[in-house]
Design a protein around this ligand. Sequence first.
Ligand SMILES: [Zn+2]
Length: 435
Amino acid sequence: MSKLFHVKRNTIVILSAVIFTCLFWNFLGRQKEDVQKRGVFKPSSQTLQPAVDSEGIPQPSIELKSGVFSSEKPLFDQLVDAGMTPRMVQKVVESLKGDVDFRRVKAGVSWDLRFLDDLPCQFTLHLSPIDVFDVHDLGAKPVAIRRQIDVFTEVEYYRGEIQTSLYEAFSHVPKGIGLAVKVAEVFAWDIDFYQDPRKGDHFEFLVETAYVERGGKKEFLNYKRILCGKYFGQRDVFDAYLFEDEKGKDAYYNSKGQSLIRDVLRSPLKFVRVTSSFRGRRFHPILKKRRPHNGVDYGAPKNTPVMAVADGVVKSAGWLGRGAGKGVTIKHKGQMLTQYFHLNKVRKGIKSGKRVRQGQVIGYVGKTGLATGYHLHFGMKIKGKYVNPQKQKFQPGLPISKKRKPAFLSKVREYEQKVASFAGPISLAEIKAAP
Ligand SMILES: [Zn+2]
């Protein structure tokens, strides 16, 4: 175990956290309910319509029972208990055959069963927020119909402050890890989210968030594109704006109109679950004193994917000696060489002479060779000399063409106005002062 894992995990505060709509808070409340519902496999039951209308005329009574998939009780038993006949259940399963693989349905997936005058009439399976199937005509010949679900997106604004790591900063946001990964990917050429973040760094961004409507309420589906973002680090302030590139594809540019894509990525580690704090980044101080340390150590969980930081050709891969353990070295243009040591394993197919692309996974973090804990040793040589990869200034990205610049700048203004509408004009001090 490396020192990193002994560092106490600090509590993270998302400064002024997140701005949501009231409805979104409703959704959070609902989600909690859902969580509580799981594990309870007794169907809940409610009557949807009074048996008698306001004038006293008897109405058909509609009853609703619902439940969730659970390992404790098979669906078959649940539905029979709810009031379906075994034959009916069989027919329902058959009607859904083309759409649903019941062996793969996860625990927690919910179902509804509607009764008309005490007879089951409609079964609904909520496989996911966008995969909902209604099975009608349960009494005779059940027919399954996929429900048309409308997905709508909203633009949301987030801002936060780093206490230990970007990962931690998102730990209280629903599906926050996926969102943190999106942010890390936008800034992957500028910020090494394993090494660079410092306590007090802060950030803000706009993201498109997809929702579906369910039972008259908004339900979170997923995060789509980051529209713009800013990261206020100690080293620098970075910004990113989404704009189409020449080929009409989504790309990110800084406020000067330079593409964020560069030849070299800031970090060789794919941003995944990072719980270790940056303060533990000096991984091996003793070893460091004993011999020159030609590189940067990244304490990271076993099997964290390791990426080539730039396009290149593999020079060596596999067992690289007692010190390095398993590793990969890659030759790049500009007489640059990168080294990735102590891997648990080299990715299949990565061998000497193989061409690799920037961002391609080449291996997985381990502790082979002279390493006491899981970490990646990342080394960089330029023209045969070791350099500190963190201090390297790489070529800026390509600028947006003169012709497209006005359209880009107007898009930037549009984003900024949107941010201001959520946040009001933000000064750094203001962000720091927020509770
Ligand atoms: Zn090292």
